[in-house]
Design a protein around this ligand. Sequence first.
Ligand code: 3H9
Length: 726
Amino acid sequence: MAQYARGAAAVAVIRLRNPPVNALSLTVLQALEDGLKRADADPSVKAVTICGENGKFSAGADIRVFSSPKKQGLGLGPIISLIERSEKPVVAAIEGIALGGGLEVALGCHYRIAHVQARMGLPEVTIGLLPGAEGTQRLPRLIGIPAALDIITTGRHVPATEALKLGLVDEVVEENTVEAAIRLATKLIGQPLGHRRLSLRPVPRLPNMEAFLSDALMKVKKRAQGCLAPELCFQAIKAATELPFADGVRKERELFNILLTSGQAKALQYAFFAERAVEKWTTPNGASWKSASPQPIRKAAVIGLGTMGRGIVTSLVKAKIPVVGLEQDLEYLNTGRKAVMLLLEREAMKMEQGAQTLDFHNPARLQFTVDFDVLRDVDLVIEAVFENMALKKEIFNKLSRICKPEAFLCTNTSALNIDEIASVTNRPQQVIGTHFFSPAHVMRLLEIIYGRHTSPTTIATAMQLAKVMKKVGVVVGNCFGFVGNRMMFPYTQQAVFLLEEGSRPEDVDRVLEDFGFKIGPFRMSDLAGLDVGWRSRKDQGLTGPSLAPGTPARQRRGYRYSPLPDLLCEKGRFGQKTGKGWYQYEKAGGRISKPDPWIHSFLSEYRDTHQIKTRFIDQEEILERCLFALISEGFDILAEGIASGPEHLDVIYINGYGWPKHRGGPMFYASTVGLPNILAKLQKYSEMHPDVPQLRPSAFLKKLVAMGNPPLNDWMSYLHRQSNKL
Ligand code: 3H9
């Protein structure tokens, strides 16, 4: 709703009220409209202030409305026109946030005052839409085309001080914003308002408008990577340069409706809520976010200053948590320290008040040591050493002796057994997996893995840590590869099998990149280094000296195996770092991949050696085999209770594995393709490749199909239901 009151003798205050973020639901809009009409009709009211409850203006339209049958009838645009047409001055008092429809309401007001800590933006693009309440037409008239394009096509939040420089707000205050707005409204009584009505203003012309727009469109398309909304945002803003206001609004509405009915908006809005849903974690034994309280982390330590450790230290410093970095000897320590300092310098440059805020030259904030004793007083340790169980156990045993009894012990592993690591400590309840993604100071995902004995407090503390590091924490159970890497295995396995059967690395990568992945599996493997997987396969006895003599080249433990990545490693082709991998690079450490004729002839010799008949593999098969194998593994993960819902898998894939957000994540994608279709295709491929268990459809997938293909939200409720069709 919206509360109507008097702020001063002649000023009506309309307060948007819909906790927690004053989203503009139909009820709020109705109350806003009623408030405006009441103020208009009351001759004792001479001016109006619009503000929001609880120090927040508004987060915009209620996103849930877009997936309800009433979505067409939001009708925010006409209410904003009503504000603008008012003969009585209307001042927006912006505190906290004014986003999307919230900012559009403020743009309809004649004046805008913002609190110095407020943030403003039109983030509709991030949920697959465009500002659909005349914002694409008003904003360019207020701040010009280049700034409007930037704000609308990126959806970024603009801090109040920048908003003032752009002319988006008229004044920034540090005091009570609503009172300041009431004072301004009082002063404005009786003054002319024509020039303050944005719809009546022309769009400021640029001398080179056409060239500017065509350049901008190219940039927008490049960034969009298959996502529709940024380009349609661009089209709406372009309309503002070509059409009168009313026609521009019609164009905006037309484009908005195209997006609203597109699958992409649905997927992006699902992703928005999925990210919030995973914050409310639960485990199969009943632990949950509701009852567990996080412990404060006043000081942390990171063991190992390799690539991961450096990124983790940087993230902690950015989160303003004092941190100690520990290495095994002075040489490694010095290399690590230099690298961390460089990362922090770069991060500081990107920040407004940079170095002072981070304060990383202060030893009380950041310290480096080779001495474990220094870790006596830390509240939490993140071990980020080499992926080797014996080494990790040795470190955890030591930590358990040195660290204070309340300290939490985290391991940054991408696959190893948390219980085995915890077993060597005196506090298995305080041991937890924190799987960061590289580069750890950039990637948003933190997979949080609880073991058999991990306490709810430990999970809550790790989740809280993710939040202060501005990461998305996702709580998952303990199994080899956890969620992300476990689902990745069948995907990359299919990619390599496709090479054996006739594809080339660039064919497979292109199909998956066209689908929207930032980077295909072979380019990814070259980037990460082929030697990483090689080492793990050697440890598992799948290749290398421990392989039993006489093992068939393309079979392990009775199933199909491809030795192709091992063969490349034997030839020293580790990817970008050696200048050669699945592709060739301009030099060792080079980043620009070029298809390598050597690989093409190597693959054809390989097929000859193993009598594999090369066949043409179409895009559909490449996509389906890679994605459906990954999805089937996802259903197994859900059935085993490793993750508590499909949203968890989707959030992990979007934030850690480059899955295109506008496709909602693998499980959401599965729901859009239709589970019966996925099942039928997996059955077909599995019949073609009976020696590949990863192509066999998950029993849970089969069950859901037998239960009538229920919507994704209901999947988990079917887990334990009996199906008489199976
Ligand atoms: C729009 O305006 C279209 C118009 O142009 C045209 C219309 C015709 N709706 O994120 P948090 C919920 S489109 C419904 O955890 P924070 C959120 O789900 C809209 N619910 O807090 C969560 O619920 P729960 C354009 C919303 O402090 C709770 O509020 N606007 C909305 O970390 C707290 O949220 C946007 O895209 C909403 N609009 O961040 C802004 N917003 O407690 C989207 C939030 O049940 N919102 N909720 O999990 C955000 O970016 C962040 O939520 C915000 C707060 C920065 C506001």
